[in-house]
Design a protein around this ligand. Sequence first.
Ligand code: DGJ
Length: 739
Amino acid sequence: MSILFDENKKLFTLETAHASYQMFVNAYGFLQHLHFGEKLGGGSCEGLQGTGFMSFSPAPDVAGNDYLASPDLTQQEYPVFGSGDYRSHCMAVTFADGGRNPELCYQSHRILTEKPVLEGLPGLHGSCETLEITLRDRWTDLQVVLLYSVFDQYDAIARSARIVNHTGAPVEINAALTACLDFPESGFDLLHFWGRHAMERLVERTPLTHGKICVDSVRGTSSHQQNPFVIVCDHAATEDAGRCWGVSLLYSGNFTACAEVDQAACCRVTMGINPTGFSWHLENGESFQTPEAALVYSGEGLGALSRRYHKLYRRNLCRGEWALKQRPVLINNWEATYFDFDDEKLVSIAKTAADLGVEMLVVDDGWFGNRFDDNRALGDWVVNTEKVRGGMKSLCDRINALGMKLGLWFEPEMISEDSELYRAHPDWCLHVPGRGKSRSRNQLVLDMSRKEVRDHIHDMMHAVLSSANFSYVKWDMNRHLTDVWSAELPAGRQGEVYHRFVLGVYELLERLETEFPHILFEGCSGGGGRFDAGMLYYHPQIWCSDNTDAVERLEIQYGTSFGYPISAVGSHVSACPNHQTGRTTPFHTRGVVAMSGTFGYELDLNKISEEEKEQVRAQVKQYHRLYSLINDGDYYRLLDMTQQKDLSAWEFAAEDGSRALLNIVYAHVRANCPPPMLYLRGLTPDACYRVTDDTGRELGVWTGAVLMYAGMRAPIPQEARAYGQTDYAAFQFELERLS
Ligand code: DGJ
């Protein structure tokens, strides 16, 4: 039993392997949060955390003058606006009479032996217990149903809320966030993951201060600029020690994550759909389901927190055939050809790729309609037979005959003005009648909240995907939303369009993925602009960034690793000078970096040297050999890139400690500067390990304890002369347990 209820104390305790989550119903019927952290071993922490009386914090009517019961001074589970809690809230509603002060009280609860599916939304799955608590407004029949599913192995709680209107009249929802986490203290840092196109998820660590630090998106997608994942941790927390709490939203649209320190020096973290631009009209009898958030606790530092997310998301978020299956090493033609290709060029790249061991060709943007550049044809999902002569079936047969699979790029949510689709349906894009339309990358956005629009795109994609033996789809999305207005909804309900857009995208994804269960879907949004846990439910891998420079990727993949598994990180070896930065890095380094992801190539393999071709052959073999270590093993960040960026080092260790892979990449070479010591992790202390470098040379045999606690010095970059270039040198060491 992972969910306990003490009837006398009205106390709920959720138990995971290392943590407890506790809340109780107070004397006035309000649900108060007590604890999420180290295991309490059956004890209750009620009565120990009150901050004392503070003037100007009001008591609810039912509590008379008992100001200690003020919602402003007590830890809440689902704080509401207008109730006397002046901190960040999860819910704000307007009743039919204009009143805006619901008072949510405990009504009932149930313990379910499974994880309920949230209709139309992504969610964790797998065996678990779920606590469902129903709260009811003291004055009307507005209910909020809180769900808590316990994934005990990963110290994770999946939370969501459902607002149900039985008031007998419509209710306007002004804010409906997913979860709140209240702490009786605030000596914390916040880690968030900011960025821009081609430089996503850079870690920023900042101490909390009085007031709010909010990260958010109003771009219609989760965005390159911020990620719907934050961590709060002790100031002193490191990779290996300290308390850390992760809050990750399974949602791909506008979000807000807010960390607030209040007047009593207590901290509140809220996460959910961004209320900016949002409203929802709820008729009597209707309900609104928020997206889900995955809350994970680690008392053993940031590294353990990440490893818990990696396993949880790999096993209990990603679905379908490809969730855990070995993914093919692919060659994508985007940076090889851009729009300038035909079937002969594709087949010639594929021939070389097949010879080198690559397993799949992905035909990127430009195969359809009149798409010779990015000014046109989005929405015309019909093969261009000038480019792909003989059509897709013929191309696919030729690729399959080489022993390779074939994949295809789509950008289903978009429309070009120069397209057959736009000429036929100029009203299908997001726009406000009588106003101008904002363009971005020369394109407009389809109104995915409309079923007829989705049906049309579905039918076109279905026809293409049924026409040949496709194994993979890259689902791209190359602009953010503007002119967010839908012809489907009356003026007063336009605040629903952002969320309905996301629900529409999810619906289309679900439909196509159900129809084509064998196809591996990879998400993408101008690289990693929609790299979120919501999308991971539909695609087990996401193109991590349009920046393929191995050195830049160090930071991008480092940041991504805090909340997302390696098997999700789309990563390719590309040509040099790199197309985004102009930098030239060794081929070897590019392989080492791309291998810490889904691994593939994105360059014209006919244009590389014979020696580089040999490296491709060796890299593919090595990736296959190390696949399960990289994807099923434990991932360790060995150096803190928020402190220094000269060198990156990370390790994969088998869960049973039988083998490990150490990766080291120099981003900056300095003269006469000793490299840092590296302390390995995840080894068996008293076992011996043979350490081999990536040329196959044995370095020696040491015990796990020596390698972990005494450590080894990183090699100096000059030692990488074997690869012809010391700048941006990379090293891999394999460790094999001998006894
Ligand atoms: C943006 C993606 O991130 C790229 O990989 C490529 O697919 C282009 N779009 C194609 O337009």
